[in-house]
Design a protein around this ligand. Structure first.
Ligand SMILES: [Zn+2]
Ligand SMILES: [Zn+2]
Length: 436
């Protein structure tokens, strides 16, 4: 049955050892498709040779098919030189698979990686031809050219580079287009975790494109394309990108503070994602020093370590529930007494705040109601018109509006409780306690 099927295929189509063997690729373990194809052809050639020796002249036709359509050397040796036909399915590509491996190994030069994975894209024309042959002959236990080419190129590249093929978490994926040849190297993104402190006001967490020119550079932004000259993101990502030799970075913060608020205490967790990194292992302490030097006392990072995408997700989700501690300076419209100040703090302990999206961010955020808890508020009187608050609250509470009331959009508020106008004049994040 097996031989009969292989014979009828070869009678109709010229097939190389790979392309014939691949139609039976699910049968037998630990052999290549080339070996399968060669073995099938050899059994046919031996059978035909036996018949020929017994005087069955018709067997010569089988040997001729094997020589012409199969390019099978043992048959060629028996029938003499013939003109071999090119493989109907691959057109000779599978015999040149080593050339693809050389291209891949070349493309990988200059990249830092421990393991890799080769993925093959087979052109529509090739894949269609293979599918048509498969269905014409009712192939049940075959394999695809894509599978075979990926595996065989992978094996050859591994031999040439000494690096392992890795299926689940490769450092780098190489995509090979067949026939192409076109090779594209895609290193997996690198992730670096750390915590940042922002010790100066007026620095946004991420780069803000100029709203007039959308980053192109105009008179309003003095050609910089930015609203603020520097950001935490730029201070951190510049050195990271240089160290990793990457193409671009993405800064993921566990929430963000206002531009005019500082971020002190234990610092805010972040992860930098580096795309197309050429270097995957570098001195994180040296990187930390370089970032801090560039931060110029305004931005400081600590605890850099290698991270992963899962951490980014946890960071984003965690930011919503993380407990935050703020220090706020408040200016009042009226004088209040020591007693009123003390009572104010107590009245907010364990209090749930109803907060509609603040007016100041309404242009970029959806208007919705959030319920956020103030766990604890302590009040220190600086003078009858000025207070220093320390607020420990649920992540996501807008503290400036907790103070001003935002025209009634946040309730209760400091302003509402005191019955007079109240403004936050200075805000610092003094702790981000994730995982609370
Ligand atoms: Zn072929
Ligand atoms: Zn501009």
């Amino acid at each position: 049955m097996l031989i009969e099927k292989a014979r009828s295929m070869l009678q109709k189509y010229p097939l190389c050892d790979s392309c014939l063997g691949r139609q039976f690729g699910g049968l037998g373990r630990g052999v290549t498709n080339i070996e399968r194809g060669f073995a099938l052809k050899l059994v046919m050639a031996m059978g035909a040779h036996m018949e020929l020796k017994r005087g069955e002249v018709a067997a010569e036709e089988t040997l001729r098919v094997l020589a012409v359509n199969g390019g099978h050397a043992p048959a060629v040796n028996l029938v003499g030189q013939v003109t071999k036909r090119e493989c109907y399915i691959c057109g000779g590509i599978m015999e040149r698979i080593g050339d693809y491996a050389v291209e891949v190994a070349d493309a990988l030069k200059g990249y830092d990686y421990k393991n890799f994975l080769v993925g093959v894209k087979v052109s529509g024309e090739l894949a269609e031809r293979e599918d048509a042959v498969k269905s014409e002959f009712g192939i049940e236990f075959g394999e695809s050219m894509k599978m075979e080419a990926s595996r065989e190129i992978g094996k050859l590249v591994s031999k040439a580079t000494g690096k392992a093929v890795e299926f689940s978490k490769p450092d780098v994926v190489v995509t090979v287009e067949i026939p192409g040849p076109k090779v594209e190297v895609s290193p997996m993104p690198l992730f670096i975790f750390g915590r940042y402190k922002k010790l100066a006001r007026g620095i946004p967490q991420s780069k803000w494109d100029c709203t007039h020119c959308r980053g192109k550079g105009c008179e309003v932004c003095h050609g910089t394309g930015k609203i603020y000259p520097i950001s935490v993101e730029e201070i951190v990502c510049g050195p990271v990108l240089r160290a990793a030799g990457g193409k671009e970075t993405k800064f993921h913060g566990a929430g963000r503070e206002d531009v005019d608020a500082t971020m002190v205490g234990n610092g805010r967790p972040f992860v930098v994602e580096i795309r197309k990194a050429k270097v995957r292992e570098f001195d994180l302490k040296a990187l930390e020093d370089e970032i801090n030097e560039g931060g110029n006392g305004m931005v400081e990072v600590t605890g850099l370590k290698v991270s992963d995408r899962k951490t980014v997700r946890r960071l984003k989700e965690g930011a919503k529930v993380a407990e935050k501690v703020y220090r706020a300076l408040v200016e009042l419209d009226h004088d209040i007494s020591e007693e009123e100040g003390g009572a104010l703090g107590k009245s907010f302990n364990g209090c749930v705040i109803n907060q509609l999206t603040p007016n100041r961010v309404l242009h970029r955020r959806a208007d919705r109601l959030r319920l956020k808890k103030v766990y604890e508020m302590s009040v220190k009187m600086i003078d009858p018109r000025h207070l220093e608050l320390v607020v420990r609250c649920q992540g996501g509470l807008y503290v400036k509006e907790l103070i001003s009331g935002d025209g009634g959009r946040t309730t209760p508020s400091v302003s509402e409780r005191l019955g007079c106008g109240a403004r936050c004049t200075e805000l610092d994040v003094i702790a981000v306690n994730e995982g609370v």
